[in-house]
Design a protein around this ligand. Structure first.
Ligand code: ADP
Ligand code: C5P
Ligand code: MG
Length: 220
């Protein structure tokens, strides 16, 4: 993967230069959950409350698609079909956003969605997530939310929603299982009203932030 993707984060994020054993590197939290589980909603709260930068991989892909770049049409078609965009494309956009964030606390929303992306992140970005926030919600509730989202998204229709649920079950749940086996998953009941969900989220991030110093670096 390293030959395909230019690893250039070090220049803007000096923490990364020190490698994984020095204890000085950005804190990364992955936020996963089915479509409509409330990832974007909770990430906005977390960013505001805990000073994280919210990197929404779906938004990065939609912006890239709209930009008319060479991958634009491909991305649009994948999103319309509820399929996972090739990892090289997503990780490159993510890498750039991480570079530009200038923050040592990063909330990565909607990634990694399959084992390949997870492995690519490990190989290319070389940062182990601090933990994975898993917003657990029933498909019935998620379907209702998506059909009422009203953001004009081409994938918020019942046909694509069914496909996205299938992709989530078949490709993303195994990623959550992987991190669960490493004791890294913080699972929350996301079927409750947004404010109640955030109360549970706050408990998780409060206990974590106590282990993070002023620079956002993890104290080992
Ligand atoms: P995701 O990013 O996981 O797809 P969003 O945060 O975009 O989910 O939420 C999907 C829709 O559901 C949005 O319209 C949002 O306002 C709404 N929503 C988010 N969280 C809740 C909640 N806990 N209860 C009810 N509606 C919610
Ligand atoms: O997370 P979000 O609901 O915004 O994702 C919308 C769509 O964008 C997904 O169904 C998928 O087609 C694409 N996507 C992706 N890889 C990601 C994030 C989103 O392929 N990491
Ligand atoms: Mg979202």
């Amino acid at each position: 993967m390293g030959s395909v993707i230019d690893v250039a984060i070090e220049e803007k994020m000096p923490c990364l230069q020190e490698g994984s054993l020095t204890g000085r590197k950005p804190t990364v939290v992955f936020v996963l959950g089915g479509p409509g589980s409330g990832k974007g909603t909770q990430c906005a709260n977390i960013a505001q409350h805990f000073g994280f930068t919210h990197l929404n991989t779906g938004d990065l892909l939609r912006a890239e698609s709209r930009s008319g770049s060479e991958n634009g049409t491909m991305i649009q078609n994948m999103i319309k079909e509820g399929k996972i965009v090739p990892t090289e494309v997503t990780i490159k956009l993510l890498q750039k956003a991480m570079q530009e964030s200038g923050n040592d606390k990063l909330l990565i929303d909607g990634f990694p969605r399959d084992d390949g992306s997870r492995a690519a992140f490990e190989a290319v970005i070389k940062i182990e997530p601090e933990f994975v926030l898993f917003l657990d919600c029933s498909e019935e509730e998620m379907k209702t939310r998506l059909l009422n989202r009203n953001q004009g998204r081409e994938d918020d229709n019942i046909d694509t929603i069914r496909k996205r649920f299938k992709v989530f079950r078949e490709s993303t749940l195994p990623v959550i299982e992987y991190y669960n086996s490493k004791g890294k998953v913080r699972k929350i009941d996301a079927g409750k009203p947004a404010q109640e969900v955030f109360e549970a989220v706050k408990i998780i991030f409060t206990s974590k932030s106590e282990k993070v110093n002023r620079c956002g670096c993890i104290i080992l």
